[in-house]
Design a binder for this molecule. Structure first.
Ligand SMILES: [Mn+2]
Length: 323
């Protein structure tokens, strides 16, 4: 029995398969936690979503910004769907799209397992939120997303405003929670998201902090595993384990074992991409904080991906959510 958390797949099907081989994943015994952004940009989003959907009885998934975008695209007209990038378009046009998207829509934003001692969210939690507050906030959005009014939520979730405050209600409250849980990286000392700052740690504008390192932030006993931030690289700070190591940008795909005493990490090589793209989106060794031991890297031989077409070329959904 092993529980592994896996970083952002982003439609990298072959990479995902290699990682499952590298951790000797056994569906009869093991559990997988996927920290969101299963799809988009990798070119094999359909295959990736089918794989995770087929493993759903053995997997826990939280939704990322790209997963929410896919759900939104799934609700658009055929004509509008034809304008979406080919990677996502293949998903929504597939024969089995309905079953997969209905399953995806039923997934949570935040998952907590007190027995295991871990929580999982795609981007992060507001620096002022306790675990209980975060669970309440997640539930507000999940109730709308899983209910009859989900189309209204998907149509109104885009936009950077308003910033979170406890007085918000309705769709504005949902938007603020979605932005925190699926898009946040740097915040001001008061926890307001700076959406434009996406750089590696140490290169951000003055006065901004990673959401997990804000002075005076709430103390949480639960360890957290998150994805979303490829320029941060593998990073463990204040109990927050950030494991998006940019597989889609030619970095690595990371698995973190959650049910072991010391952090056990297994990585495989990500997708092949042009060097300039790689440099822009990945943590450099200087700013990525790697744990000193227990890191096992396998599958280092980089396999060339045929087809070469990334999913990021087409028009993005209106504003936000695709970052
Ligand atoms: Mn993301």
């Amino acid at each position: 029995m092993a529980v592994w958390a896996i970083g952002d797949l982003q439609g990298c099907y072959e990479v995902t398969r290699r990682l499952l081989d590298a951790i000797n994943f056994d569906p009869a015994q093991d559990r997988l936690w996927f920290c969101g952004d299963l799809v988009n940009r990798g070119g094999q989003s359909l295959e990736t979503l089918r794989l995770v959907h087929s493993l759903r009885e053995h997997a826990t998934v939280v939704l990322g910004n790209h997963d929410l975008s896919l759900l939104a695209v799934g609700q658009r007209t055929l004509e509008e769907q034809r304008k979406v990038n080919p990677d996502l378009q293949r998903v929504v046009m597939a024969d089995d799209a309905h079953a997969m998207l209905e399953w995806l829509r039923s997934q949570p934003l935040f998952h907590v397992d007190h027995e295991l001692g871990w929580g999982m969210v795609h981007a992060g939690l507001h620096p002022s939120w306790t675990i209980e507050q975060a669970q309440r906030c997640a539930r507000i959005v999940e109730e709308k997303l899983h209910g009859k009014q989900f189309q209204r939520l998907l149509r109104n979730m885009y936009g950077d405003k308003p910033a979170w405050n406890p007085q918000l209600g309705g769709l504005e409250q949902c938007r603020a929670i979605i932005n925190i849980m699926t898009r946040m990286r740097y915040v001001t000392p008061r926890g307001r998201i700076e959406f434009e700052a996406k750089t590696a740690q140490g290169e951000q504008p003055a006065g901004l902090y990673p959401w997990f390192a804000v002075p005076g932030m709430v103390r949480r006993d639960l360890k957290l595993v998150v994805g979303h931030w490829s320029t941060l690289g593998l990073n463990i700070t204040n109990g927050v384990h950030s494991i998006d190591t940019g597989a889609v940008w030619g970095g690595r795909l990371t698995a973190l074992r959650l049910d072991s005493e010391s952090p056990q990490i297994v990585q495989v090589a990500g997708r092949e991409v042009p060097p300039e793209l790689r440099a822009a989106k990945l943590a450099t060794s200087a700013n990525a904080k790697l744990p000193p031991k227990g890191v096992k890297r396998t599958g280092a031989t980089r396999r060339r991906r045929r087809g070469g077409r990334g999913g990021g070329a087409g028009p993005r959904p209106p504003q936000g959510a695709a970052d």
